[in-house]
Design a protein. Structure first.
Length: 108
């Protein structure tokens, strides 16, 4: 019985380590294209899907008066609705650094 318990414990630990490694890889992949909507320049904001120069400037102007506390608040900027938000949601952040370097294509 002790041998069975040791084997099961070893399998459980291995499974946890593999699961954690998978999550870390997924986090790294998704973090490669992130825009901090509180600190990004208008040029960096324009990399987001559905955001051009005028909407990027509108975001910068909006946050000067009221910084974003949640990424969902970007929908308060004129011209950014739910559909646009859904398209760019996974690339938005309110803290950390902006890591996006080129235009992100819109996906359905």
């Amino acid at each position: 019985m002790k041998k069975f318990t040791k084997v099961m414990t070893a399998l459980l630990v291995s499974a946890i380590l593999v699961a954690n490694a998978s999550v870390s890889l997924a986090d790294t992949a998704s973090s490669q294209k992130v825009v901090n909507i509180n600190t990004a320049t208008a040029a960096e904001l324009a990399f987001l899907p559905g955001i051009g120069p005028s909407k990027a400037e509108a975001i910068v102007k909006y946050r000067k008066n009221k910084p974003f506390k949640k990424v969902e608040q970007i929908m308060r900027v004129k011209g950014i609705g739910r559909k646009s938000f859904v398209a760019m949601r996974k690339h938005l952040n309110i803290d950390g650094t902006t890591t996006v370097k080129k235009k992100i294509k819109r996906t359905k």
